[in-house]
Write a protein that binds this ligand. Structure first.
Ligand SMILES: NC(=O)c1ccc[n+]([C@@H]2O[C@H](COP(=O)([O-])OP(=O)(O)OC[C@H]3O[C@@H](n4cnc5c(N)ncnc54)[C@H](OP(=O)(O)O)[C@@H]3O)[C@@H](O)[C@H]2O)c1
Length: 256
């Protein structure tokens, strides 16, 4: 295979949920995966190696935003556009917590959510754009994982809703900037719909008095209305690999 046919994917939150599904689906001899997670990913690594897919896992806590940027810088050190036909940053890691009315929320909980859901993806996007600034047109893509909660307010989800709305708006601004460049990157904030992951389990586990819609979320799960991580991952990858990726910056994948 010619080196230029290879694709490089950088995925945050690859340890479980949607991120693990995305990484698993992207295992391919034509791909290199750089997976960021707080802990090592031996099972994923073994699958990748068995499939002859280049794989690196980077241990980083996204609450340390500077460390996350340093990890990306070192992962991309020496990587040039001649090596790849495409490079994608997928800012997937996220936390729905804290779930409770604003008056009960502690400052540290806000700082964690803002770091993981917003500051880290913003800083990683900025570093990614800088580190790949000399790549030719059409090769660079950024996905930010959004949510329906970016558009719709929920009682008890004030921090999550605010971070996802801000990430959408960040993505819109960056898309405008990149559109002005001859080799601008394509960027989109993608809302994947409800997925049967640990995040949904966390939503169902909070005290009912802290989340008024909890029984609705429980009923949806019991009715089988949540997508599997693999199905949601396939939908996201299909959108990412489509010719129209980035034409619309904020996309609800349930309606795409
Ligand atoms: N599930 C849904 O219904 C749903 C709906 C709409 C949008 N989304 C979005 O989709 C994305 C993936 O969600 P999910 O359901 O797969 O979530 P999940 O099952 O809770 O997994 C979250 C991932 O983020 C990582 N993460 C959390 N805090 C981190 C930190 N401080 N540093 C590094 N990694 C951290 C976790 O790593 P650890 O294993 O180390 O904790 C894990 O890999 C999120 O951005 C979420 O907001 C999900």
């Amino acid at each position: 295979m010619r080196a230029s046919a290879r694709k490089l994917y950088i995925i945050t939150g690859a340890s479980r949920g949607l991120g693990a599904a995305l990484a698993g689906l992207l295992i391919d001899p034509a791909h290199r995966l750089v997976c960021m997670a707080r802990a090592p990913l031996p099972a994923l690594q073994a699958r990748a190696v068995a499939a002859n897919c280049e794989f690196a896992s980077v241990a980083v806590d996204l609450c340390d935003v500077a460390a996350a940027v340093a990890a990306l810088e070192s992962a991309l050190a020496g990587v040039t556009h001649g090596d790849y036909s495409e490079i994608c940053l997928i800012n997937n890691a996220g936390t729905v917590l804290p779930i409770k009315p604003a008056e009960k929320i502690r400052a540290e909980e806000i700082m964690t959510s803002v770091a993981v859901n917003l500051a880290a993806p913003m800083a990683l996007t900025a570093a990614f754009l800088r580190l790949t600034a000399d790549w030719p047109a059409g090769l660079r893509k950024v996905v930010n994982l959004s949510s329906g909660a970016a558009q719709k307010p929920y009682q008890g989800w004030s921090v999550y809703c605010a971070t996802k709305a801000a990430l959408d708006q960040f993505s819109r601004c960056v898309a405008l900037e990149q559109a002005d460049l001859a080799n601008g990157a394509r960027i989109a904030a993608l809302a994947p719909g409800m997925i049967d992951t640990g995040m949904q389990a966390e939503i169902r586990a909070v005290p009912a008095e802290d989340f008024k819609e909890q029984s609705r979320f429980l009923a949806l799960q019991q009715a089988g209305a949540l997508a599997t991580p693999e199905a949601a991952g396939r939908r996201l990858i299909s959108h990412l690999q489509g010719d129209d990726f980035g034409a619309q910056t904020v996309v609800d994948l349930r309606h795409a």
